[in-house]
Design a protein around this ligand. Sequence first.
Ligand code: CP3
Length: 352
Amino acid sequence: MQSLKNDRFLRAIRREPVDVTPVWIMRQAGRYLPEYRATRARAGSFMNLCKTPELACEVTLQPIRRYPLDAAIIFSDILTIPDAMGLGLELVENEGPVFAHPVRTEAEIRRLAVPAPEQLAYVYDAISLVRHELAGKVPLIGFCGSPWTLAAYMVEGKAHPGFPTLQQMMMDEPQLLHKLLELLAKSVAMHLAAQRDAGAQALMLFDTWGGMLDDENYKEFSLAYMKRIIAELKYNNNEVPIILFTKNGSRWLEQMVQTACDVVAVDWTISLKEARSRVGKQVAIQGNLNPTCLLEPEQVIRNEVAKILDSFGQGSGHVFNLGHGITPDVPPEHVAVLVDAVHTLSAPFHAE
Ligand code: CP3
């Protein structure tokens, strides 16, 4: 395997010294880039883009060509798993993902199976292609949704504020929901391990909707399954690091650390200073600029970056990122400002 020319991201995860703070951006391949929109138009649909390894590879590399980012993330989606399970995923303009066949009854859930790796081979093929094309320039991240977040879309059928159908299932038929979550945990563990085998050098679990739960239900319906997945991935002391992100989850930082993840990713509702003092030296921290800041003028972006770097403070263990995905209305020049600000302004925090 090719050796890495830029290993800042992996070093920061291990809390080893770095020259400057590494940065990558959630949804860095996306609609704010005109070249992404052009490739997406060529693919015809979002799912075709995901399922054509050459095109998925192309859009993965687009932000890496434009900006000196410190990691790439494979272009795919968390909803490829339910798609492989036969739920019929479509991305509807201005509405988001919609499933033709949501699962709500015992019979519907009983019919589901863990996807065979061949059904998601397009993801693994895209990862191999990207690794080859990157030739060690930066590391490549693979990812999955958390079982709870996948179940949210699968039961509701689409993103719906509050996910009322899911909440009802949790209250009325918790055992049925657990059956679904169990199947999803097996599927997620399989998919992450296969991405790692294909060449992913770090793995991220996106728990976008865990933050809607109360304390007890978060632990029972979301965290417990993520913990199981991480335990399975860490079996045999596998060293590929795992990033855990529960959006709106800063209440549970200590519990997230106990999953044995390597990095906790946080949104902007907690300061990095507080996050760092709560997790100590056990894990690295990823985050946490509010994506809305990227709509502001250059000086505001630089100031906000400076505040976040200062909040984390001296030393390694920080991977700069947004607190959630970049939005399609961000001017691409602003991302250049962000990446430059992180690299330039962080150097003093890493001086001897
Ligand atoms: O970060 C990256 O660059 C990698 C690619 C990536 C996508 N989705 C591409 C995408 C990643 C990591 C995801 C994760 C994802 N997908 C999450 C978890 C992270 C989060 O944002 O909370 C969730 C909840 C999904 C489900 C999903 N996929 C939604 C809600 C949407 C529609 C929202 C929107 O922005 O329109 C998608 C579609 C999607 N996934 C797009 C991209 C670039 C937009 C598709 C397009 O119109 O081209």
